[in-house]
Design a protein around this ligand. Structure first.
Ligand code: FAD
Length: 353
């Protein structure tokens, strides 16, 4: 966005920015919110505080349709024309994918879910099952939550559809997470999916029943409704199919960034940010405002996960595995990140936003 905002500020192009919320939610802070370590105000920011947003014309309304042939989007009942459109609407978890989840389970996807979980945890829980689908938009946040919970009183069981938690990042991350889980007494069910959530626990897809008085489940993402208008430009999952430049494989003047793009997982916050920067740059090239060629995405992945007072995981891959072999990687388990993590999140948010 920064490149586009700069062009808008120089009067080179109008920049309508459409968001369904007037706030930015820093999702990696949600586990901390659920556990009462961070406050809502610390992980949200008024959109108008962003320099990029101030250069734009902000419409607060959900986008309900994209017409890629006529180059218009529909939001709040208005049709807004575009020369170049960047779709960065993320994904949402499909809570209906797991029977019983909405009735008996909890999630950690957004502020209301994190606050509901916080309230439930305040009532006490002895056995907690935490489950993540690897296509879920919050798979690593879910692992983080499991490990942080295990530092307290409850016995924690972690269920993941990955062959081992963290395997998507690489074998080093998986080994570090498995070591941490063992140290914290977290029982792991790898390669398994929660088939049903009930009053007394969950049923896994292999028929195993896991007793629990609290289930936190991150289901797979729902197919975004916006994809309907994109036809062959969207995958069956509803995500936007792009080239490595993040330009649509099907439609001119259309780019996608972040979790809305059908890039290989994991699309972490760090990767989503790099995609946004590149999509903005390439959008200016496509609009003829900036000279040069479309550039390809070569993301790096950096993550700092917090698993308790003394345990954490720090990793850095460049480029990210999805687009080529990693040149450098680091995985640290048992690093003293725990006590520093909330401080880090607060400082990061204060400096960046
Ligand atoms: C609990 C949790 C913990 C996480 N922890 C980490 C972590 O520690 N490290 C890490 O790297 N990643 C983490 N992630 C993943 C990270 O948050 C995502 O990868 C990242 O948010 C994806 O960014 P995005 O911009 O694609 O989507 P989002 O952050 O979801 O942003 C999409 C935006 O589009 C808006 N929007 C959606 N639909 C519409 C519409 N129809 N019209 C208008 N606006 C719309 C939304 O309001 C939102 O502002 C975590 C995620 C969760 C849920």
């Amino acid at each position: 966005m920064d490149a586009v905002a700069g062009a808008a500020a120089r009067g080179q192009c109008p920049l309508p920015l459409i968001s369904d919320l007037d706030r930015f939610v820093y999702r990696p802070g949600l586990p901390g919110l659920a556990l009462g370590r961070l406050r809502t105000a610390e992980i949200t920011r008024d959109l108008k505080r962003f320099r990029a947003v101030r250069a734009a014309r902000l419409h607060v309304a959900p986008v309900t349709g994209i017409d890629p042939e006529r180059h218009t989007v529909t939001a709040g009942g208005r049709h807004i024309p575009y020369d170049v459109l960047i779709v960065a609407t993320g994904v949402v978890p499909d809570r209906s994918a797991v029977p019983g989840l909405q009735q008996y389970g909890h999630g950690v996807w957004d502020i209301p879910e994190a606050l509901a979980l916080r309230e439930r945890l305040a009532q006490g829980a002895r056995r907690v099952v935490v489950a993540a689908d690897h296509t879920s938009p919050c798979v690593f946040g879910t692992y983080e939550l499991a490990m942080m919970l295990a530092r307290g009183a409850p016995r924690v069981t972690l269920v993941t559809t990955e062959y081992g938690p963290g395997g998507l990042i690489g074998p080093h991350a998986r080994r570090a997470l498995e070591t941490l889980a063992a140290r914290l007494g977290v029982e792991v069910h790898p390669g398994r999916r929660v088939a049903e959530v009930g009053r007394r626990g969950v049923l896994l897809d292999d028929g195993t029943a896991v007793d629990a008085d609290l289930a936190v489940v991150s289901p797979p993402p729902a197919v975004p409704a916006l994809a309907a208008g994109l036809g062959q430009g969207a995958a069956r999952t509803g995500l936007v199919l792009t080239r490595a430049s993040l330009a649509s494989v099907r439609w001119s003047g259309l780019f996608a960034a972040g979790a809305a793009a059908a890039a290989p997982p994991p699309v972490t916050a760090h990767v989503a940010e790099q995609m946004g920067l590149l999509a903005g740059r390439n959008a200016l090239v496509a609009a003829g405002i900036r000279r040069g060629e479309l550039q390809d995405l070569e993301p790096s992945i950096a993550s700092l996960l917090h698993f308790g007072r003394w345990y954490g995981l720090l990793h850095y891959l460049r480029p990210a595995g999805g687009y080529g072999p990693p040149r450098f990687r680091g995985g640290i388990g048992g690093w003293p990140l725990g006590a520093l993590k909330d401080l880090f999140r607060r400082a990061y948010l204060a400096v960046r936003f």
